[in-house]
Design a protein around this ligand. Structure first.
Ligand SMILES: NC(=O)c1ccc[n+]([C@@H]2O[C@H](COP(=O)([O-])OP(=O)(O)OC[C@H]3O[C@@H](n4cnc5c(N)ncnc54)[C@H](OP(=O)(O)O)[C@@H]3O)[C@@H](O)[C@H]2O)c1
Length: 333
């Protein structure tokens, strides 16, 4: 079946980078064995980097970006996925190496898909999207400290980049898990927003600037770090014995300049999070936990629904750190 579809197309001809909304036909969707009619995609930090200039992530042009989407199966060569079934796709280099979700249709490998859990429809799944899935992964990494320490409870958890997509949802999940969440933000006017998500305490991002001692006062049982860069050095020195730092992001930089001291004196664990390559088994587990841990009414109130045109206007705000909450993209808006 060939259909006409509207998509965001990025191109890089003669070193001129462009992003346009175009009509193409589904014959351009060459990868994969399942054709999906997309209901929603979402805007993540990586999408913003790709929309800006390819982010040194997309290598072949023209290209349809969008690292996640939800929708209904239209045609499938895999018996596990039937026509009209609802599916979720995040990661697996979709929107990076394979045409992605800023489109009315996508065609991907069936091994990249999971079926929507009961009670998580297309819209809810992209209100979470890659950011929410990553926040779930990070939160369960923190919770793992309780298992590693045979039941010793986690109490104080730090979340950096707290008003961002991953950060906001991590604040929500970790407070629902019963932890005292300390939210780090650079946005002075977002204290009420973070308290409403469940943060117990708000900390200015500036408090993590400057030189760090080899070890500082051990304060955090767990950290969800979406920022990376110099502040992570200081944070590592402030983790309590056997604390876990779930490092997932680089909104503040890619370099960390630490010592072995937090690791060999306090047994701190630096736990890297890669949502893109997570196994289907872990995906199914985490997506099925979402209903228990997410207040979707609250999440809805912090989610904006964008058309493709609005997406192309708003993505630079993410890169400037001026955006908060989540944005879903409706290809039919
Ligand atoms: N590893 C994975 O699998 C995975 C998956 C998803 C996302 N990520 C990464 O996680 C990070 C967050 O993603 P997101 O989608 O949540 O992005 P986002 O919505 O843009 O949030 C990023 C937040 O980081 C803070 N921030 C921005 N610039 C900063 C700077 N220069 N210094 C310190 N803080 C800064 C801001 O929060 P405040 O103003 O509140 O401080 C901003 O809202 C990104 O680096 C993304 O690439 C990784």
């Amino acid at each position: 079946m060939t259909v006409k579809l509207k998509a965001v197309v990025i191109d890089n001809q003669n070193e001129k980078f462009t992003r346009d909304i175009k009509e193409i036909d589904s014959g351009h969707l060459k990868d994969g064995n399942v054709l999906i009619k997309i209901d929603y995609s979402s805007l993540n930090y990586k999408d913003a980097m790709i929309l800006k200039d390819g982010g040194r992530i997309v290598r072949k042009f023209p290209f349809v970006p969008g690292i996640d989407f939800s929708g209904k199966v239209v045609e499938s060569e895999d018996d596990r996925f039937k026509k009209d079934e609802n599916i979720i796709c995040t990661g697996f280099r979709v929107g990076e190496a394979y045409y992605g979700g800023f489109s009315q249709y996508a065609k991907v490998d069936s091994n990249f898909l999971i079926k929507n859990p009961k009670n998580i429809d297309s819209k809810k799944s992209m209100m979470l999207g890659t950011a929410g899935f990553t926040a779930l992964q990070c939160s369960f990494a923190i919770k793992a400290r309780e298992e590693l320490l045979l039941g010793e409870k986690v109490k104080d958890v730090l979340v950096t980049g707290a008003t961002g997509g991953v950060g906001s949802i991590a604040v929500m999940i970790l407070s629902k898990m019963g932890y005292d969440v300390h939210a780090v933000t650079g946005k002075k006017d977002k204290n009420d927003y973070l308290k409403d998500l469940g943060a117990k305490n708000i900390i200015d991002r500036k408090d993590f600037e400057g030189e760090s001692k080899l070890l500082e006062k051990g304060t955090w049982d767990g950290v969800v770090d979406t920022v990376g860069g110099p502040s992570l050095t200081k944070i590592l020195a402030q983790v309590k014995p056997n604390g876990i730092v779930a490092s997932c992001g680089n909104a503040g930089g890619i370099k960390i300049n630490t010592t072995v001291m937090p690791f060999i004196i306090r047994g701190v664990k630096l736990w890297g999070i890669d949502s893109s390559g997570a196994s289907i088994k872990r995906r199914e587990f985490l997506w099925n936990e979402a209903e228990k841990l997410i207040d979707f009414n609250k999440l809805k109130s912090l989610t904006k629904e964008l058309s493709f045109t609005e997406l192309l206007n708003i993505y630079p705000k993410l890169l400037e750190g001026k955006f908060f909450g989540r944005a879903i993209v409706n290809p039919n808006k």
